[in-house]
Design a protein around this ligand. Structure first.
Ligand code: VG1
Ligand code: CO
Length: 560
């Protein structure tokens, strides 16, 4: 088969955000748009591309199949030796990371817009992961972006046609060189890894119960995202969970109209079923399977920041960490600092990094990080280089099986041991871009004023004194690279924090994220409602950013 070079036109909007390039499907459908970005990714690999192996898969959303077809043809034309592709073009984000690492490939291309809705009128995305299995770091994504601005042409082998619905190995000769396409079972390697990490027999006996102990009942909602096929194999086949307990388990191109974001707003069905039901635990995952939400009986909500802290405190229960030891913990900057307290008590190193999983990768590769997470329903470990939704649910079940307690009891024990970090996040989704910029400029102007430090805010009976305020920047301790402007932070003397960021994953308008955290050590406060405890800080933060005034919004779209 022969290679054709196509003259292209430049699109200047292909700058990857927090996690790859995410836009409306219609944007990707423009002539040459997707091809340009794929070519730029491949060109970034330089000489290494010749004969290289890459993994390709996505969350099953609309346009994944078309994009896979384009990747096959462009990869072949650029000298790639082999593509490992999930059946039907489907692989969860954690599965891509697993396969890259297991087969030591040069990297992978993940086709997802994660938690954004799917379908012809919704979103699509493309992300490049490096040979460590993790999202490309800023240097690489900047290089990709630069290339998209100067690209003149891309190379393609237009005649390759392969049925990716069939598991098969297919070889073709491209300009005399072999090019192999391996269509693989999307679940196998991932399941094998999970079975190495966790104590499946004890999770199974927890879920099955016995004559002395009732079944621990779960309800798992895949929100019609990619995890359906993984959930059915792992929870259904391996752990014996019945079909009725695994809902929305069919990956659909438009997620059945659902918004596959596992939070209290978009996974409200699950929350209501658990609130009214008898289940002991509910879990939901996002479109590409890297996020998780965990709730206990009667919909007892576990904030993601607490979730990683509880796992950190109990990590030595999990067989994988018994083998590897606990090398360190980390969280993203806006994430509640509950895990820091666990680290301090156990004498384990703890890192704070900017938002986005790519910042954890270097620490893991250097052997300094075992467990980390983000407040945005992301948790994971150094078993791969992505956050991992199903891993998190299994980790919780492994801990529950060993502690023999309910989720609520485990959280309450945790607070009694470490105190409670109250945390909430307000999202103002899809705001007018100008309005959102005004909010950020307003806050930055105020915190830049040297007299801001020491400012006292009084709210009801509470007084908060500003200790420090800045635009967060981070220097990677491993390679020394610096990431600037990662969020506006106001840190108060009592340890409370207010943080503001603009989202880097949206596809239209601007999304303001407003994070509030406060620590309480008095057990009398532990049962209080988060919103009530944080109310004074919320008021202060809304006022400082004039959020209502500039966005015209009375209330956020989502409160976590
Ligand atoms: C959001 C989250 C961030 C997460 C990112 C990717 O980014 O806040 O914590 O890493 O999504 O998650 P932003 O820039 O919109 O705040 V996913 O599940 O899209 O890969
Ligand atoms: Co995701």
């Amino acid at each position: 088969m022969s290679i054709v070079e196509i003259q292209t036109k430049i699109y200047d909007d292909q700058k990857p955000g927090t996690s790859g390039l995410r836009k409306a499907v219609k944007v990707f459908q423009q002539e040459h748009y997707t091809e340009n970005f794929i070519q730029a990714i491949l060109t970034t690999l330089g000489h290494e591309i010749t004969g290289a192996t890459l993994v390709v898969g996505g969350d099953g959303r609309y346009y994944v199949k078309e994009a896979v077809e384009k990747i096959i043809r462009i990869a072949a034309a650029n000298g790639v030796g082999k593509l490992i592709i999930g059946q039907n073009g489907i692989l969860s984000t954690p599965a891509v990371s697993t396969i890259i690492r297991k087969y030591k490939t040069h990297g992978g291309i993940v086709l997802t817009a994660s938690h954004n809705p799917g379908g012809p009128n919704a979103d699509f995305g493309i992300k490049f992961n490096c040979n460590n299995g993790g999202p490309a770091p800023d240097q690489v994504t900047n290089q990709i972006y630069d290339l998209t601005k100067s690209l003149k042409s891309y190379k393609i082998v237009p005649d390759i046609n392969i049925d990716i619905s069939k598991i098969q190995t297919h070889k073709v000769l491209v300009a005399g060189n072999p090019f192999v396409i391996d269509v693989v079972d999307a679940v196998e390697d991932y399941v094998a890894l999970m079975k190495e990490i966790f104590d499946f027999p004890s999770i199974k006996s927890l879920l099955q119960g016995n004559k002395d102990k009732p079944k621990f009942q779960v309800l798992i909602d895949s929100l019609n995202g990619v995890t359906g096929i993984y959930v059915k194999r792992i929870f259904g086949v391996e752990l014996g969970v019945d079909d009725a307990s695994m809902v929305h388990a069919q990956p659909l191109e438009d997620f059945g109209g659902l918004h596959p974001d596992p939070n209290l707003t978009y996974a409200a069905d699950l929350v209501n079923s658990i609130r009214n039901g008898t289940q002991d635990m509910g879990a939901a995952f996002d479109g590409d399977g890297d996020r998780n939400m965990i709730i206990g009986k009667k919909a007892f909500f576990v904030t993601p920041s607490d979730s990683i802290a509880v796992l950190a405190a109990n990590l030595d229960i999990i067989p994988y960490f018994q083998k590897t030891g606990i090398k360190g913990y980390a969280r993203s900057m806006p994430t509640g600092a509950a895990i820091d307290r666990v680290a301090a008590k156990k004498g384990i190193e703890c890192f704070e990094v900017p938002t986005g999983w790519k910042y954890f990768g270097n620490l893991m590769d250097a052997g300094r990080l075992s467990l980390c997470g983000e407040e945005s329903f992301g948790s994971g470990s150094d078993h791969i280089r992505e956050k991992d939704g199903i891993w998190a649910a299994l980790a919780w079940l492994n801990v529950i099986a060993k502690l023999n307690k309910s989720i609520e009891e485990i959280l309450k024990d945790h607070w009694n041991a470490y105190g409670r970090n109250f945390f909430t996040r307000y999202d103002y989704e899809n705001c007018d871009i100008d309005g959102a910029r005004k909010v950020m400029t307003e806050i930055e102007r105020k915190i830049d004023d040297p007299s801001f430090k020491g400012t006292k805010f009084e709210c009801g009976s509470k007084i908060y004194v500003v200790k420090e305020a800045d635009n967060y920047s981070y220097k990677d301790p491993i390679d020394g690279s610096v990431a600037t402007k990662q969020g506006l932070r106001i840190l108060f003397e009592d340890g409370s924090r207010i943080i503001y960021r603009l989202s880097g994953t949206g596809s239209s308008g601007a999304t303001i994220r407003f994070y509030i955290e406060s620590y309480e050590s008095d057990p009398k406060t532990f049962d209080k409602d988060t919103q009530q405890v944080l109310q004074p800080l919320v008021e202060i933060g809304l006022g400082l950013g004039k959020i209502k005034e500039f966005t015209g919004r009375d209330a956020p779209t989502v409160i976590t």
